[in-house]
Write a protein that binds this ligand. Sequence first.
Ligand SMILES: O=c1ccn([C@@H]2O[C@H](COP(=O)(O)OP(=O)(O)O[C@H]3O[C@H](CO)[C@@H](O)[C@H](O)[C@H]3O)[C@@H](O)[C@H]2O)c(=O)[nH]1
Ligand SMILES: [Mn+2]
Length: 355
Amino acid sequence: MTAAPLFQRVAIKRTIDKLLDATIFLLLLSLLGYRLHFLATNPFNFLHFTAFLCESSFAFTSFLLLVIKSNPFHCITYPHRLLERNRVQEIPAVDVFVTTADASLEPVIITVNTVLSILAVDYPVDKLSCYVSDDGCSPITFYSLREAVKFAKIWAPFCKKYGIRVRAPFQYFADSSRADESKEFQHHWNIIKGEYETLCRKIEEAEEAWDSRDLPFFSGTDSKNHDPIIKIIWENKEYENVLPHLIYVSREKRLKHSHHYKAGALNVLARVSGLMTNAPYILNVDCDMFVNESTAILQGICPFIDPINDKEVAYVQFPQRFYDGLKDDLYGNQLIVDMEVRKFSLALLFIYYCY
Ligand SMILES: O=c1ccn([C@@H]2O[C@H](COP(=O)(O)OP(=O)(O)O[C@H]3O[C@H](CO)[C@@H](O)[C@H](O)[C@H]3O)[C@@H](O)[C@H]2O)c(=O)[nH]1
Ligand SMILES: [Mn+2]
C-alpha cells in the first residue's frame, strides 16, 4: 500500500478568463498585422514604426503571461501527515540560507527577526541548519545573532507550546489579539515580550556605540576587502536539541575580484554548508523575508517527497506576501498592476484603438 499523498494539485477553472485572454492576444496580433501592413504599403512613418516596436514588446509580454496563466492550480499540501509517528523519518534535512548585504540599509533587527522565524519553525530541529551570509562583514550583525540565539531558546519553545503562527517576533507582537487568554499564557506572553524588548535594546545600543574588543576577528576588517569569517554561533547538540545550528559566514572579498552580489553569496553558502551539514534541500530567503507560517518549510518539502508526484518537482517557490508597503503602492512593489489591473487596462486600450 502506498502512503497517503503529501501534495495534490487542484486545477482552477477559468474558462471565461482564458477566452478573454486569448481574444485580447488575437486582437494584439491583428494590431501588429495592421501596423506591418501600413509600414509596408506607405512611406516610412516614424510614429507608426515606434508604435510597432512598442506593441511588439507588449504582445510578447502578453504571450508570456498567457502561457504562465494557462494552467493554474492550487497546491494542497498535507504537512501533518509527515509529522505522523511513522513518517517522521521521511523528513529530509534542509539548509536555510539567509543573505544580508548592508547593516545600514537592511536593519539588523529585521535580519534577526528573519533568523528567529527560522530557528522557531515547526521542523525537526536536528534536520535544520541556518546559514547567514553577511556581505556587510558587520560585527553588529554577528553580535546581534549571538544575542538572538539566547532569546530563541525561550522564543522557540513558547511558539511551539502555544502554536503561534507567525514566528517573527516583531510581527507577532505588532498584533495585539491573542490566541489564548489563559492566565498561564498571559504570564508567558509578558515574559517573552519583555525579553524581546531587551534584545531590541541591546541591538540598538550596539548600533549607537560599538566596541569591537569583544570580537577580535572583526578588528580592522574592511567590508570590501577581507579574509573569510566563518563562525558557528550555535551548534545543536543531541542532548539539548532545542534550536537548529546557526552559522555566520562573511565570505572573502577582494577589491580586484567581482563578488557577484547575492549569487556570489549563495555560492559560498552552498560550499560552506556542503562541508558542514550538506542537506539535500536548500531554502533561500532574503534577510527581510521572514517565515509567516510555522509549517512553511514542512509544506515546501511535501511536493519533493510526495510518493506519487515527487519526480515532477525540482523547485518550489513560496508565494510572497508584502508587509509594510506604502498605502497607495506608489512604486508598484506589490505587482497589483501586473496581477489584477493589466487585463482591464488592455481591454480599455482596445476600445480606444477600435474607436
Ligand atoms: O552583494 C549583495 C547584494 C545583495 N545581497 C542580498 O540579496 C538579497 C536581495 O537583494 P535586494 O537588493 O534586497 O533585492 P530585492 O529587489 O529586494 O529582491 C528581489 O530581487 C533580487 C534580485 O533579483 C532577488 O535576489 C531577491 O530574491 C528578490 O526578492 C538581499 O537579501 C541582500 O542582502 C547580498 O547578499 N549581497
Ligand atoms: Mn530586498
